[in-house]
Design a protein around this ligand. Sequence first.
Ligand SMILES: NC(=O)C1=CN([C@@H]2O[C@H](COP(=O)(O)OP(=O)(O)OC[C@H]3O[C@@H](n4cnc5c(N)ncnc54)[C@H](OP(=O)(O)O)[C@@H]3O)[C@@H](O)[C@H]2O)[C@@H](O)CC1
Ligand SMILES: Nc1ncnc2c1ncn2[C@@H]1O[C@H](COP(=O)(O)OP(=O)(O)O)[C@@H](O)[C@H]1O
Ligand SMILES: [K+]
Length: 467
Amino acid sequence: MIGVQTADAIRVAEQVWFEAHRGEGLMGRAAAAVAAHALEMAGTHGRVLVVVGRGNNGGDGLFAAAELARHGLPVAIWPVAETMHEQGRVAATGAGCRFVGVVEATEQVAEVDLVVDAVLGIGGRPGLRPDVLALAQEAEALGVPVLAVDLPSGLDTDSHQLQDSFHATRTITFAARKACHVLQPAASRCGEVVCVDIGIELGNSVLEVAEAGDVAVRWPVPGPTSDKYSRGVVGIDSGSAQYPGAAVLGVTGALYAGAGMIRFVGPEPADAIIRASLPSVTHGEGRVQAWLCGSGWGSADDNRARLERRLADGVPAVIDADALSVLPEHLPYGCLLTPHAGELARLLGAERAEVEADPIGSAHRAAERTGAVVLLKGASQYIVQPDGRVRVAVPGPSWTAQAGSGDVLAGICATLLAAGLPAADAGLVGASVQAMAAARRPGPWPPDDIAHEVAALVGNWGELSCR
Ligand SMILES: NC(=O)C1=CN([C@@H]2O[C@H](COP(=O)(O)OP(=O)(O)OC[C@H]3O[C@@H](n4cnc5c(N)ncnc54)[C@H](OP(=O)(O)O)[C@@H]3O)[C@@H](O)[C@H]2O)[C@@H](O)CC1
Ligand SMILES: Nc1ncnc2c1ncn2[C@@H]1O[C@H](COP(=O)(O)OP(=O)(O)O)[C@@H](O)[C@H]1O
Ligand SMILES: [K+]
């Protein structure tokens, strides 16, 4: 898992480091890493424009500029504030960097091979001054590569929200990733993110982002003595006359994620479609290890009773879509709610915009209120537990943002619940595996094709664990 830290935590860790290593600086390490990446991006003869702010982020930029000039690169520096890091200024001047004003900097953008953004780092307030923003936009419009120091200036370090900011090709950050580097839409401004260890020690992270290896180790690969019951039976009550496709897609997701057995109890015409197209699915009630409810129910009057009937078994359930509006007071232990932002807003009696402004807080409120784990779907997928722990799924291509992807995802998660994964792992692994499968098959493939790709992806993990 990738641990994400806040700006405050980084500052505290830096302070601890300084108290233990008086007289030494961390900036030299940070600047050396910036210079190495700048050299790689600009080439050994590239022209570089470094835009520096008044704080230590600007200091990193000035020392990196000095290093680039010592390598023989022509380096221009635009200091955007009246003051700048003094030792950095002396180093850059001594190395032969040229200081320019706003007019020349703006003219230079079209001619340079790299812009280094060292305006604001973890001490920055969100947003950019108009003249700096204009230069950032010009670089983006011209397609000039941008290397951001610590973060694209203008972004809010600890937030997923977009601000007026640089749009980096690569961001080189220090000690740990921050929220802006990993959460959409802010992460879309960071380009490739490289994290450099500068030697400071950090405590627990605020949230963790899953990596491919975290998904593979949690996947329930059947053992030599497994049978269909021990692998987990999934009960699926989904679809309606209006939305039969949701049921077909949920069943497809569950099947291609490896359900030991599926019992489908939804209404026609889905029942007939599934009989005709997915012959391994059984029909009718029986014992199950987990339920999937809600996908494609529509706004029928009997949704509340339909959900209560399934929850009466007392086994964990994936509760999706229309069932999220009719939750009972008490849910069985181990349930997973899978709303998108609009459904979570409805569940909380809030506006969608409020959920989008505070996805983690909103998902946490729903988790606390219901006692269930919440998987909030979208460009970044948050898995939030009632105790406040937050994990983020492996990100995937935005091609997955299409009708029916959520139905497939609910089926995948139900298989994982039935196999015995705790709800938080089922949400994390389910959302991640769908994203990873989509990444293996980029393009506008329909959600059932991505479900098939899940089987191909997971098959490799099975082979690995059988060796
Ligand atoms: N500490 C360390 O040892 C290490 C730190 N490192 C580096 O230092 C960076 C943090 O440095 P930092 O704390 O000096 O803050 P930084 O991001 O440069 O900017 C703050 C300055 O900008 C100003 N300002 C703020 N917002 C503004 C706005 N919207 N528009 C205009 N101005 C604005 C604000 O001034 P104010 O207006 O508040 O008086 C303040 O002076 C970190 O990201 C990393 O790159 C590395 O070298 C590793 C070791
Ligand atoms: N920008 C995005 N990038 C990647 N995946 C996304 C993005 N937006 C949504 N998704 C995925 O698409 C699905 C959408 O779910 P949902 O809106 O419930 O669809 P439906 O109910 O039509 O099946 C979720 O599985 C989510 O993981
Ligand atoms: K920056």
